[in-house]
Ligand binder design. Structure first.
Ligand code: FAD
Length: 473
């Protein structure tokens, strides 16, 4: 392989500036940088990057158009299989997907596919997003529940196929985690709302403030003229450690802390006066994207010191590397191989500290990662006035009201066939975090897309057998 130019860096706000604002950290490529990065793509005859993408975006094609200055061609190739490219270009873990399988990455750094995707999608937003012509109506109706990445993708694809789609969302704003969880400094709300509007423009009818399980059950939707139902309600129920002191004042779930900050706009105080408590010393528990977002939001909201404790090592932290490095640069203090065993309180029930215990790595657990094992006698106390628990989430059971025939796992996730999204309940499909547990934006989108394809096939031929047990390997 001939020598290849180095990967083009993403310009970013300097750390000392950005910790005082909620503006986007990554500033996006200029036209010159995007062109230089596009030049690095080898245009492989058998591109492996496409297989690395859960929605199989035509990556080499959009990069070739970009290289040739055909920007609308690039938009078309990018959006053919992905309704949310400006979102994916910002938050997808490309390093473990398309960029991991990029041929260039074997000897050099891979093509910055995510940054180019963002460049093309942002360019389209500047011009004004174009809407494809509506497909002729099939006369069939589908209810999609949950306007997160899974639901938006499924709804958009079904509308493109000509079906009449109603998208029910429990909150007052669409986007799911993209709008209530991921902070403005990583994913501006304006980007999410532009891409949601695009999905609506495909013909999707969005119904907000509609909690399925309360307003209607699944059976009521099916009895009300919907031919099929897709569940994409995510995994928004916070998990707790069940240690003493978790009920003290000053302990937040990451979900509540981030929802108040983002969706309810506490970060724009005094324009919005949603209360969010911030104390001088904050401890965040966990090391995924949710933990990084919580720690970095706390810093921006005025905490003097933010500590992050995680029971495993840094190499095992599930957060995107880029976000972990950003958090380090911004001054978050990390305590690896450390686990809380108690949250300590004052007499009037406010957090005053945390008892921590060192861990060491043992034999692999069911996830294949070395198990953290407590080191006896290693406990010590750390002062803190506020704790944010970011240790995982489960599906919210509300949507399952009166649905005994919808099989679920012990973790509360819905049992569904991976390739199609079919659940055990006829005419009900599911995909995204509600099936996998907390995962990624693009994996939820992939599930929404596969389900849309299967729903379309089913609506054209509903005599097929509904459920066949997946074959054991
Ligand atoms: P969700 O995004 O949770 O959407 C579900 C929607 O369903 C919500 O809008 C919810 O209000 C609605 N709903 C729930 N119950 C009902 C009901 N009964 N009736 C009607 N509507 C209902 N992934 C990445 O790839 N990269 C990242 O950088 C990243 N960062 C993250 C940061 C945070 C703080 C969090 C919480 C997650 C992050 N993730 C990230 C994970 C990713 O956002 C999720 O995996 C993804 O959003 C799951 O999509 P979904 O559509 O399955 O569910």
């Amino acid at each position: 392989m001939a020598k290849v130019a180095p990967r083009n860096e993403m310009p970013r706000q300097p750390a000392e500036e950005r910790i005082h604002n909620f503006d986007e950290v990554a500033l996006g490529y200029s036209a010159e940088r995007a062109a230089a990065e596009a030049e690095r793509c080898l245009q492989c005859k058998k591109p492996t990057c496409i297989d690395g993408c859960p929605v199989n975006v035509r990556i080499p094609e959009f990069i070739l158009c970009l290289k040739q200055g055909d920007m609308w061609g690039a938009v078309e190739a990018l959006k053919d299989l992905n309704n949310l490219p400006a979102i994916c270009g910002r938050v997808c873990p490309q390093e473990s997907q398309c960029e991991l399988t990029c041929v260039l990455g074997k000897k050099f750094e891979p093509v910055a596919i995510g940054r180019l995707e963002r460049y093309v999608a942002d360019w389209e937003m500047e011009q004004g997003v174009r809407t494809p012509p509506r497909a002729p109506s099939s006369g069939r109706r589908v209810a999609v529940i949950g306007a997160g990445p899974a639901g938006l993708t499924c709804a958009g694809d079904l509308a493109k196929m000509g079906h009449e789609v109603t998208l029910f969302e429990s909150l007052h704003a669409p986007g799911g985690v993209l709008i209530y969880g991921i902070p403005e400094f990583r994913l501006p709300k304006s980007v999410v709302s532009t891409e949601v509007k695009y999905v609506e423009s495909l013909g999707v009818e969005l119904k907000l403030n509609s909690v399925i399980g309360k307003l209607y059950t699944l059976d009521e939707l099916l009895g009300d003229g919907y031919d099929a139902v897709f569940m994409g309600t995510g995994a928004g129920l916070p998990q707790w450690m069940h240690i003493p002191g978790e009920n003290l004042n000053g302990v937040y779930s990451a979900n509540e802390f981030l929802t108040r900050t983002n969706l309810m706009k506490a970060y724009r105080f005094p324009e919005y006066d949603t209360p969010v408590m911030i104390k001088p010393r904050v401890v965040v528990v966990g090391a995924g994207n949710v933990a990084m977002d919580s720690a970095r939001s706390a810093l921006r909201l005025g905490a003097e010191e933010v500590h992050l404790v995680y029971r495993r090592s840094e190499e095992q932290a599930p957060a995107r590397r880029e976000e972990l490095e950003n958090a380090k640069e911004e001054g978050v203090i990390f305590h690896w191989l450390t686990n809380p065993v108690e949250i300590l309180g004052t007499d009037n029930m406010w957090v005053r500290g945390m008892r921590l215990q060192a861990q060491e790595l043992g034999e692999p657990d069911s996830s294949g990662r070395p198990r953290p094992v407590p080191v006896p006698g290693s406990e010590y106390d750390m002062n803190t006035d506020m704790v944010v628990m970011a240790i995982g989430t489960r599906p919210n059971p509300m949507v399952f009201t009166d649905q005994p025939d919808l099989e679920r796992t012990r973790r509360g996730t819905v049992v569904a066939i991976e390739e199609s999204g079919r659940t055990k309940k006829p005419r009900v499909w599911a995909g995204g975090d509600i099936v996998t547990g907390a995962a990624t934006v693009i994996s939820a989108m992939g599930a929404g897309k596969r389900a849309a394809g299967d729903i379309d096939a089913f609506l054209k031929d509903s005599d097929q057998e509904w459920w066949a047990e997946p074959e054991q390997e």
